[in-house]
Design a protein around this ligand. Structure first.
Ligand code: C2E
Ligand code: CA
Ligand code: CA
Length: 268
């Protein structure tokens, strides 16, 4: 990206964040044992008048490079927790998954900030899962203290995009994760490619052997859904189940999915 374009985008992003013009959408993650909603993953959206819909893969790294990731994370936590509280009040039983940039974890008091926000909004921290991907600047293994503090507070930790990027077996062994999210690259390929199917099966087996839950992300077709179910995967997420939804659409989706799940004939 040229420097001028990056500065223009940065300026636009800073204004959108300050002006509360970002929004969150929520993508359901469902249990393959029961078909029930386990939690929703909050994903940030920026629709700009000038730049159009800018994907988070563009502006999150920009925020990281220019000291705006902490304000983005704090805005996201407040927005997601306020929404979560409204769902709780409406009798909707869901946990919440929230993406955290490895950079936000560098502050040792970050776990206290997250639990203070849980208390402030009255949401159950033991149903919160933070999703982490390793940043380019900081290996997750340097963040052991911070991650352990989250676990002491009962907050779950998922390693995102497992099998690609910067995730390694060493991190899985050393860090207190509770969930592995299998990268959609393998999931997409699995019904048609034996090697990808073998990877998915192996990651699920590995996760279970070390006491973690396995989530397949990017499930788009019945074939992918049935395959990961047959491999004893715990949780699924992807366009086949639901696209990321504006919060007001969640109740309607829950009803729709209950019927869809029955028609799939999976689970107990
Ligand atoms: P991620 O955490 O791996 O999120 C999953 C991405 O896959 C999302 O893209 C989601 O919209 C997309 N997706 C979900 N199901 C499917 C599917 O079935 N097929 C396909 N092709 N894609 C699917 P999105 O929302 O563009 O987010 C991209 C990345 O940006 C996320 O990857 C996450 O790393 C980051 N991100 C998103 N929101 C936040 C945030 O609030 N804070 C931080 N730090 N990072 C965020
Ligand atoms: Ca994620
Ligand atoms: Ca992912």
């Amino acid at each position: 990206m040229t420097e001028i374009l990056e500065l223009g985008l940065l300026d636009g992003f800073e204004r959108a964040l300050a002006g509360d013009r970002l929004r969150l959408v929520y993508q359901p993650k469902v249990s393959l044992k029961t078909g029930k909603l386990v939690r929703v993953e909050a994903l940030v959206r920026w629709d700009d008048e000038k730049f159009g819909a800018v994907p988070p893969s563009r502006f999150v790294p920009l925020a990281e490079r220019h000291g705006l990731i902490d304000p983005l994370t704090r805005w996201g936590l407040d927005t997601a927790f306020a929404q979560w509280r409204r769902w709780c009040d409406a009798g909707i039983d869901t946990g919440l998954a929230f993406n955290i940039s490895a950079m936000s974890l560098e502050a040792l008091d970050f776990p206290d900030l997250v639990s203070a926000k849980c208390e402030q909004h009255g949401v159950p921290s033991d149903h919160l899962v933070l999703e982490l991907t390793e940043g380019q600047t900081q290996p997750l293994t340097n963040l052991m203290d911070t991650l352990t503090r989250f676990r002491i507070k009962g907050i779950g930790l998922a390693i995102d995009d497992f099998g690609t990027g910067y995730s390694t077996l060493m991190q899985l062994r050393q860090l207190p994760f509770t969930e592995v999210k299998i990268d959609r690259f393998f999931v997409t390929d699995a019904p048609d490619h034996r090697d990808s199917a073998a990877m998915v099966r192996a990651i699920i087996g590995l996760a279970h052997e070390i006491g973690l839950s396995a989530t397949a992300e990017g499930v788009e077709t019945d074939a992918q859904l049935k395959l990961v179910a047959a491999m004893n995967c715990d949780v699924v997420q992807g366009y086949r189940i639901a696209r990321p939804l504006p919060p007001e659409e969640l109740p309607e989706w829950i009803d729709w999915w209950a019927n869809d799940w029955k028609s799939l004939g999976l689970g107990d």
